[in-house]
Ligand binder design. Structure first.
Ligand SMILES: Nc1ncnc2c1ncn2[C@@H]1O[C@H](COP(=O)(O)OP(=O)(O)OP(=O)(O)O)[C@@H](O)[C@H]1O
Length: 206
């Protein structure tokens, strides 16, 4: 479970965000500029809140009052962006294994084979990433995020660069990830349909 209560500031943008929800899969919605990506970046350790506290399943990632601010690489955050951001010089398998952690920490451990099968990317393993479709590339990006042995998954509009048909193809994979890996997930989207298909609760930033 994610518990977050932070004071964010980016340039002239300031806002207080509090997300306390018992739901495991929470959608984060709101208009452009509301601060959705900034919230994800604060959880990932890429943006430092002015003050506050961020906790995932009881593990404190940030707490200004106690001087805790774990570096990004120790937060165990799997981050999936709008565009897959795969490495073009590596094949799919090498992309999946990039940044893989042995997963000695607490929580579930995700191995290459189960992740590949969960996302249906067996046939893609030797392919170069340049000619993957948008949906295939996103499945690889999700696999790479899982293999980093995360304690939480963050999604920043992962379907928004895809057309309707590709979005519909990818939704069942996201549902499988949601149902089978059992990690907390924070899912940014402005599409009501997507939110309804994927999330258990919705938090809106206005
Ligand atoms: N590096 C930065 N420097 C200054 N201002 C920033 C920076 N990054 C973000 N902002 C501002 O912070 C605000 C929140 O941005 P953010 O990207 O979090 O919004 P968002 O809700 O994700 O929007 P969108 O739906 O368009 O992606 C915006 O006003 C943006 O201009």
């Amino acid at each position: 479970m994610l518990s977050l209560d932070v004071e964010l500031r980016r340039g002239r943008f300031r806002r207080h965000v509090r997300i306390e929800d018992a739901a495991r899969v929470v959608a984060l919605t709101g208009p452009s500029g509301a601060g959705k990506t900034t919230v994800l970046n604060a959880i990932a350790g890429l943006v430092k809140p002015r003050a506050g506290r961020i906790e995932v399943d009881g593990r404190v990632l940030f707490d200004s009052a106690r001087g805790i601010d774990l570096p990004a690489h120790r937060r165990r955050v799997g981050y999936v962006f709008q565009d897959a951001r795969l490495f073009p010089h590596l094949d799919v398998r090498a992309n999946l294994l990039y940044g893989r952690h042995a997963g000695r920490g607490e929580g579930p451990r995700f191995g290459l084979e189960p992740v590949v099968s969960l996302l249906g990317i067996e046939a893609l393993l030797r392919r170069r990433t340049a000619n993957l479709s948008g949906g295939e590339a996103q499945r690889v990006a999700i696999g790479r995020a899982l293999l980093s042995q995360p304690a939480i998954l963050l999604f920043d509009e992962p379907l928004s660069a895809l057309d309707q048909a590709r979005r519909e193809e990818l939704i069942p994979y996201l549902q499988r990830v949601r149902d089978e890996v059992r990690l907390p997930m924070l899912y940014v989207s402005h599409r009501a349909e997507e939110v309804q298909q994927l999330a258990e609760a919705t938090h809106r930033l206005d």
